[in-house]
Design a protein around this ligand. Structure first.
Ligand SMILES: NCc1[nH]cc(CCC(=O)O)c1CC(=O)O
Length: 308
């Protein structure tokens, strides 16, 4: 650590990841009265970024986004790591703690290439590698064909421009953080539920590192933390992986969480919905919703979660 740095913040190298790390640095400096150079950004190349040609679900899942940063934390080369919470595996080692969640921004998916789902031309090619987006699309538009579309935001926009697909999806949060808010059409989150924890930035540190835990606690946003944890509790109850088409959105008002969730079969032909309202600390009720969704699931849905 350079002698003036108070905290070494690890991040992946993609422009979105770096923008998220810069936001984290800005909030830390604001909370602690530090100069910008007192938070050192350490850019780490993640396996998920190295392998671009195959769907993430086939090559090791979300762990590929966190593996390198987990190791750098364990080896003490960084004090904290910044993640898109959407990309963080449901089960994390006890040695790591999600110490802060920043204020969640726009949770919606943005449709790029058409102004609404119904106005997408017949038999269109849809570029997405997210099982949830593929299943939602096929649920609404079974005429479409899904093609795999990996890569960072710029790469995916370039693939679309090159005609590899007619439409694609991006998270509004990612576009916002890259100053590209004018791009595409945001989809109403009530009809088109986002991924668990979409739009939330989380910062992890070593569980035993009380000093860093305390520094990060100062930038934790309680409401965002509680909704993200509730959505992750649902994933846990479902045994969900990134193979599983799970859509969920929760909101918090005071101490009350409301949640809407849908599970899909991979081909989008089957869907089961549920909702709940509970106290923010009653995550058992969220887990019960997960079990209820599975109990009501049709064969194409439950098959995806067996042994998950
Ligand atoms: N899976 C990649 C990923 N992880 C987080 C975001 C966007 C930011 C967020 O949702 O917090 C994206 C890009 C996308 O889905 O368009």
């Amino acid at each position: 650590m350079t002698d003036h740095a108070r905290l070494r913040l690890g991040t992946r190298q993609s422009p979105l990841a770096v923008a998220q790390a810069e936001e984290t640095r800005r909030r830390l400096c604001e909370a602690h009265g530090w100069r910008e150079d007192q938070v050192e950004l350490v850019k780490v190349r993640a396996s998920g970024d190295k392998i671009q040609d195959r769907p993430l679900a086939d090559i090791g899942g979300k762990a590929l986004w966190t593996r390198e940063l987990d190791i750098w934390l364990a080896e003490g080369k960084i004090d904290a790591a910044v993640h898109s919470m959407k990309d963080v595996e449901t089960l994390r080692p006890d040695s790591l703690t999600i110490a802060a969640i920043l204020p969640r921004v726009d949770v919606r998916d943005v449709l790029i290439g058409a102004s609404s789902i119904t106005l997408i031309p017949r038999d269109a090619i849809v570029g997405t590698s997210a099982p949830r987006r593929a299943a939602q699309m096929l649920y609404h538009r079974p005429d479409c064909t899904i093609v795999s579309f990996r890569g960072n935001v710029a790469t995916r926009l370039a693939k679309l421009a090159a005609g590899e697909a007619d439409v694609t999806f991006l998270a509004a949060a990612g576009l916002q953080r890259l100053d590209q808010t004018g791009t595409g059409t945001p989809l109403d989150a009530d009809d088109w539920l986002p991924a668990p924890a979409q739009g939330a930035i989380g910062i992890e540190c070593n569980t035993g590192d009380t000093k860093t835990l305390e520094l990060l606690n100062a930038i934790d946003h309680r409401e965002s933390h509680l909704t993200v944890m509730a959505e992750r509790a649902l994933l846990e109850a479902l045994g969900g992986t990134c193979h599983s088409p799970i859509a969920v959105l929760s909101a918090i008002d005071g101490d009350t969480i409301t949640m809407k969730a849908s599970l899909f079969s991979s081909d989008g032909a089957e869907r089961v919905d549920g909702s709940l309202e509970c106290s923010a600390d009653a995550l058992d009720e969220v887990r019960a919703l997960g079990r209820d969704l599975l109990a009501r699931g049709t064969p194409g849905i439950t098959a995806l979660f067996e042994g998950g």
